[in-house]
Design a protein around this ligand. Sequence first.
Ligand SMILES: NC(=O)c1ccc[n+]([C@@H]2O[C@H](COP(=O)([O-])OP(=O)(O)OC[C@H]3O[C@@H](n4cnc5c(N)ncnc54)[C@H](OP(=O)(O)O)[C@@H]3O)[C@@H](O)[C@H]2O)c1
Length: 353
Amino acid sequence: MAQSIPKTTKTWNVIGQEGIESLKLSEQPIPELGDGEVLVKIQGASLNFRDLMVSEGTFPWDAKDGVVPGSDGAGTVIAIGKRVSRFKPGDKVITVLTPPLIAGSFKEQFLKFGLGASVDGTLRSVGAFDEHGLVAMPKGLSFTEAATLSCAGLTAWNALFGCSGRQVRAGDWVLTQGTGGVSIFAIQFAKAVGARVIATTSSSSKAKLLEKLGADHIINYRETPDWGAEAKKLTGGVGVDHVIEVAGPTTMNQSVVSLRLDGTITVVGSVASSGDVPQMPTLLDCWMSLFTSRGIWIGTRLQMEDMCRAIEANVKKLRPVIDSKVFKLEQTKEAYEYLASGKHQGKVCIEIA
Ligand SMILES: NC(=O)c1ccc[n+]([C@@H]2O[C@H](COP(=O)([O-])OP(=O)(O)OC[C@H]3O[C@@H](n4cnc5c(N)ncnc54)[C@H](OP(=O)(O)O)[C@@H]3O)[C@@H](O)[C@H]2O)c1
């Protein structure tokens, strides 16, 4: 049955840079649909660390005042523009964080197209998106589960499989940090291809989740501050093949210690960048300790389609982990607070009626 097309959307905007206080909710008219646009009834969204940064004005790349926040969304197509060929009404879709990055290398101009930062995002009930900025939603997932794939899922996929010649393979050792969105996806994908995982966390209750996901070894990074050496010991003194570095300045030295010769460190984020920041490894260390360091920005649409295919074929193993607390669109401020508190396990999600 054809969905009726609403005339207004309930939407959050980031007005100012006061953090959570900058989030404003209103009802707004839906503008006329562009020829290449798809109108989506958004039914699930999830939050990322970058959403906090956008609201605080600390996001280091392009962001516009008044933006609709949120990069992650999943929902149902309710109308299409005249020239849209990839989707039809009724299709279930997920948003792509950087629509122009379909394949190949990242280009500087793509920074201007980050969903929820410089382009209006997903924290609204209905939104128009460029048809190239959407992918088909994997069957077997809920809308909230599917929404988590736009940023954290794709980033983990790219970190593990996006570097030609350095993809994670069966038998490799992968080190992940903490129980945030990117790290949990990285554990799931690494285990699915037969790699071995050493995961760190700050809490014994969160360690239970890591165990459930199949982590081979778990290190509490608070109790074991030299966890890099501990991880290396666990590999028989050889070192890990891959580190997925999400914490940043305060963890990089230990990450380098954990690596084997000719290992790979994928630098994803800096979730632990406050407090005392030690001297970080330099590029010279890449030579001295013989490792390859790679910085990444989410991933391409083609990688996202590959990831969705893998998830659809292995839904039981690769179901996204979402926190037991799920928020409503109207509770977005509480959801931001919960994310900022660090109490979450897996993705913080928002259900949109
Ligand atoms: N480059 C990209 O394309 C890209 C894409 C997505 C995210 N990111 C960045 O990646 C980072 C992680 O994102 P996320 O969405 O996964 O964050 P998140 O869900 O907010 O994860 C936060 C987790 O980080 C862990 N953590 C905090 N300090 C730590 C430390 N010192 N050592 C190890 N783990 C620590 C904590 O785990 P425990 O509570 O278990 O200790 C915490 O739960 C952020 O900086 C984000 O901006 C970058």
